[in-house]
Design a protein around this ligand. Structure first.
Ligand code: MF3
Ligand code: CO
Length: 247
C-alpha cells in the first residue's frame, strides 16, 4: 500500500533528511585518496550519532555498517572495509538516518581527484537522471514516468540502467511501497498522490546493466567490471511539483 503522509509526518521527516543531506556534504568535504572505505563509514557513523540520529542501515537485515560505500565497478551495497581509495576512483556513499520515528535516505557519487572523461560523464549523467526524473513530477504523474525519464537520459548518453535495484517509498520504514524502478514505459503505473514520499535513486552503469552479488551477500558489482554511479534523494510529491528533502 502506498501511504500518503500528513504535514505533521512530513515535518518529522525533515530532520532525518536534513541530517542525511548534511552528512553527505560532510563526507564530500573529507573523502580523499588514501582513505579506506571503512574510514568513510566511520565519518558517517560519527556524524549521524552526533546529530542525535541512528544509522538506519546498521544491522538492517544484518548489514554490518552505517553506509554503503561503493567504488567504481561496485554498483550498490559496498560493505566498508580495507579497500583504499585511489586517485581516479568514483565512490558512491549511500546512507540513511533515523530520527523522530522516520528515515531519510540519500546518496552521492564522489570523484577522487581526476577521474577521466568516462567516469566524469557517468557521474554527471547519473545526477542529471535524477533531475530529469523530478522535472514536471507532481501529484497525478504516473509512477513509471520516473523510470522512463531516467532511462531515456541514461541510454541517450550511451549508458545503461541497473535493473536489479530500485528506488522506494520511505517513512516509518526505510523501504515502503512503491518500488520506483529506473526504467519503464511512459504513462504507466499508479498515479502518484500528493504527500507520498519516495526515494528516487538512479543507478547507472557505463557498460551493461547486469550485476553480480559478491560472496559477502551484499556487494553488487557490474558483471562486465565497468564503473557504475548512484545518486539519490528523498522527495515529497506535491500538487504543484516536488519537495526534495535531502538537498
Ligand atoms: N540506502 C539504501 C537505499 O537506498 C539501502 C541500503 S541497504 C542496507 O535503499 F542494508 F545497507 F541498509
Ligand atoms: Co534508497
Amino acid at each position: 500500500m502506498i501511504s500518503v503522509k500528513t504535514e505533521e509526518e512530513i515535518g518529522l521527516l525533515r530532520e532525518p533528511c536534513g541530517i542525511v543531506r548534511d552528512c553527505l556534504s560532510f563526507v564530500g568535504e573529507r573523502i580523499r585518496a588514501g582513505m579506506t572505505t571503512k574510514e568513510v563509514d566511520a565519518l558517517v557513523y560519527d556524524f549521524i550519532k552526533a546529530s542525535g540520529a541512528e544509522p538506519s542501515c546498521l544491522g538492517y537485515y544484518g548489514y554490518p555498517a552505517s553506509a554503503c560505500v561503493s567504488v567504481n565497478e561496485v554498483v550498490v551495497h559496498g560493505i566498508p572495509g580495507d579497500r583504499v581509495l585511489r586517485e581516479g576512483d568514483i565512490v558512491s556513499v549511500d546512507l540513511c538516518a533515523y530520527k523522530n520515528g522516520f528515515h531519510g535516505d540519500g546518496c552521492r557519487t564522489f570523484r577522487i581527484g581526476e577521474v577521466g572523461p568516462e567516469k566524469e560523464k557517468l557521474v554527471r549523467v547519473t545526477e542529471e537522471c535524477f533531475f530529469k526524473a523530478v522535472e514536471g513530477l507532481k501529484a497525478g504523474t504516473p509512477l513509471y514516468d520516473i523510470g522512463y525519464r531516467v532511462q531515456q537520459h541514461a541510454e541517450g548518453n550511451g549508458f545503461s540502467v541497473i535493473r536489479a535495484y530500485t528506488g522506494h517509498g520511505i517513512g516509518r520504514e526505510m523501504h515502503e511501497d512503491p518500488s520506483v524502478p529506473n526504467f519503464g514505459r511512459k504513462g504507466t503505473g499508479v498515479r502518484l498522490r500528493a504527500g507520498t514520499v519516495i526515494c528516487i535513486e538512479p543507478m547507472i552503469a557505463a557498460g551493461g546493466w547486469r550485476v553480480r552479488v559478491s560472496d559477502d551477500g551484499w556487494t553488487a558489482v557490474t558483471a562486465d567490471g565497468k564503473p557504475a554511479a548512484h545518486y539519490e534523494n528523498t522527495v515529497v510529491i506535491r500538487d504543484e511539483g516536488v519537495e526534495i528533502l535531502t538537498l
